[in-house]
Design a protein around this ligand. Structure first.
Ligand SMILES: C[S@@+](CC[C@H](N)C(=O)[O-])C[C@H]1O[C@@H](n2cnc3c(N)ncnc32)[C@H](O)[C@@H]1O
Length: 214
């Protein structure tokens, strides 16, 4: 297709947004019948992510090359294993993943440390703090998606982020998480919403990729 034809075919912004929203809804809500994100695996382990977001993570992690990835919300470890696999390919870094609830057998990987407890619990934060000091840190918030909780996590974990790295709020396609992002961004001078991370149109974290710029 020629560039001109593309711009002609997709000139209607409203129509494009509707296509994206309708596909998003079909994709996201298919989980009700056990589809899409309820039926996605990384190396045999269930992962509750949009594969297009995973590709974005791969691009960001390759560029940033973090020393530490912190993930809140482990579930059965599929996303932690995904991040560890990308770090394997990059050749450096480790993953600390936190969940309030043990989920039985989790993938073993030399780069992954599992922590059990609430992600805002003081003991957990005290464990993390010395480990992230002077390190390049990348954070993914994927635990409790209520507004109050995400805000609490944003306040705590944003302090660990390094310049040009990210704190990603997953599930901003749901109300609570998105409201938390808007409130946080309204107050923060250090972070900006990087909408280029939505370049594949479908994302479970729209407006959720927050880049530290100052
Ligand atoms: C959406 S799932 C995580 C999915 C996983 N990151 C993935 O992509 O496969 C959310 C997880 O957050 C955990 N969770 C809920 N509240 C939490 C809290 N306060 N602290 C830590 N983890 C929490 C739940 O037990 C659940 O396993």
């Amino acid at each position: 297709m020629l560039k001109e034809d593309f711009y002609k075919k997709y000139a209607d912004f409203e129509k494009n947004n509707k296509i994206i929203k309708d596909f998003h809804d079909l994709y996201y809500e298919s989980s009700c019948i056990g589809g899409t994100w309820k039926n996605t695996n990384w190396l045999g382990v269930p992962i509750q992510k949009c594969p297009l977001d995973c590709w974005i993570y791969q691009e960001l992690l390759f560029d940033i090359k973090p020393d530490i990835i912190i993930e809140t919300g482990t579930k059965v470890g599929g996303s932690a294993l995904f991040f560890a696999s990308i770090l394997d390919l990059i050749g450096q870094g480790e993953v600390i993943t936190i969940d309030i609830d043990g989920k039985g057998k989790l993938p073993e990987h030399k780069r992954i440390t599992y922590l059990w407890g609430s992600s805002v619990d003081e003991t957990i934060i005290k464990f993390i703090e010395p480990r992230v000091k002077d390190k390049k840190v990348f954070v993914i918030l994927d635990s409790d998606h209520s507004k109050e909780y995400v805000l609490k996590e944003l306040e705590i974990y944003s302090k660990f982020i390094s310049l040009n790295s990210y704190i990603v709020v997953e599930d901003t396609n749901t109300e609570g998480a998105l409201e938390a992002v808007m409130e946080f961004i309204g107050k923060s001078k250090n972070f900006t919403i990087d909408r280029s991370c939505e370049k594949f149109y479908l994302s479970f974290a729209p407006m959720g990729f927050l880049k530290m710029v100052i």
